[in-house]
Write a protein that binds this ligand. Structure first.
Ligand SMILES: Cc1ncc(COP(=O)(O)O)c(C=O)c1O
Length: 369
């Protein structure tokens, strides 16, 4: 058996067709052209979102969200400790203080009761992260946010095609963000999107996206000149990325179905035991993880899989425990997050996995246990 990587980009046949069309046309390759608009419309229609802006990454979409919510020096933002750096960095860049909440007992997602304990007069926003595409407890989180007048910004980097009570994740709070990084279910190499649910934030979002100008309104013929009207940056991707993304989005059902098939294979063939718990909810099959109750054994299994050429891997180190967090005096209430960090193993999962590969991985795990 050749080595099995942890991830591969979803190079589905035909997804390059719009890139080839674009390159053979004379259309500009810069951003906010027809392919950008087509991707945005696709997402608006599929997920019933108020407005969508494509960005160059989920990190950029989070940075836009922080600007849009007017996050300032001294504001406090509640973020799960168990997440990727960008979830916190976007707000630190605006001078905010991060307050790290813990994971829940049932999965690595933020615990609503941990959020409640951390609210102060300075709290401005809660940033739930839908880990592995599995929904956070959004009813409870939105209830807390409403009670205290806080923004909810959903980091749905991993959650395209995953929902909560019938609503796509990322469309429930004031703002949401997707990632189209190469490791994600739907990819444009590097890419992302800002999902704007709160109508009050719609107009300003476009200005921040277009480097602080009202260029979008000018293109629509609403103003006869465009000028500098606010702060902003270069958040929009090139048409090349958007053309590739449109091909991917049009294959979204096929890609998700194929990943779910692999996810189900793991779930059927790897049973939970005293030592190992398998992920309970499939969501969008972005990740399949195991939790190993002893850290030493977890590391042994990871090393054993590596020696067989299987690209299984751990995941986040809790941000609240990082050297940077300590230096910044960020409050960290997490303990469960560290447990998840020390026990998780993510198995290879990508579009087009073959049964022989899946069987080889499951057999290897059983042998190592
Ligand atoms: C939870 C979470 N947020 C944000 C990001 C950043 O996404 P991007 O690489 O598109 O900036 C990631 C990337 O993996 C992520 O997992």
């Amino acid at each position: 058996m050749n080595s099995i990587p942890f991830t591969k980009s979803s190079r589905v046949k035909g997804t390059d067709k719009y890139v080839l069309d674009l390159l053979s046309s004379t259309n500009p390759l810069s951003g906010n052209g027809t392919y950008t608009k087509s991707c945005q419309n696709f997402l608006v229609n599929r997920y019933k979102i108020n407005k969508v802006l494509l960005t160059t990454s989920c990190t950029d979409a989070l940075e836009m969200a922080a600007i849009l919510c007017d996050i300032k020096q001294g504001d406090e933002i509640i973020v799960p400790s168990y997440t990727f750096v960008s979830t916190a960095n976007a707000f630190v860049l605006r001078g905010a203080k991060i307050v790290f909440a813990d994971s829940s007992e049932k999965n690595p997602n933020i615990s609503p009761s941990s959020i409640r304990k951390l609210i102060s007069k300075k709290t401005k926003a809660i940033v739930p992260v839908h880990y592995a595409g599995v929904a956070c407890e959004m009813d409870e989180i939105c209830k807390i946010a409403k009670e205290y007048g806080l923004f909810v910004i959903e980091d749905a980097a991993q959650a395209i095609e995953a929902s909560y009570n019938g609503s796509q994740l990322g469309t429930i709070g004031d703002l949401g963000t997707f990632s189209f990084h190469d490791t994600k279910n739907i990819s444009s190499g590097e890419g992302g999107a800002l999902l704007i649910n709160n109508p009050i934030l719609k107009e300003r979002a476009e200005i921040i996206w277009e480097k602080g100008t009202n260029r979008s309104a000018f293109i629509r013929g609403e103003v006869n000149k465009y000028s500098w009207v606010d702060i902003g940056s270069s958040f929009l991707p090139s048409e090349l990325n958007a053309a590739y993304l449109l091909g991917q989005l049009e294959m979204i059902e096929e890609i998700t179905k194929n990943r779910k098939r692999s996810w189900d294979f793991y779930k059927e063939n790897l049973k939970s035991s005293e030592l190992i718990t398998t992920q309970s909810e499939c969501a969008n099959a972005h990740i399949f993880y195991l939790l190993v109750s002893e850290e030493k054994k977890r590391n042994e299994i990871l090393n054993g899989l590596k020696s067989k050429g299987i690209g299984a891997t751990f995941h986040f180190l809790p941000l609240g425990k990082s050297e940077f967090s300590k230096r910044m005096n960020f409050f960290d209430e997490s303990s469960m997050a560290l447990n998840y960090s020390n026990s998780i193993i993510r198995l290879p999962l990508y579009y087009g996995m073959e049964d022989v590969e899946l069987k080889f991985i499951c057999d290897a795990i059983k042998e190592l246990i």
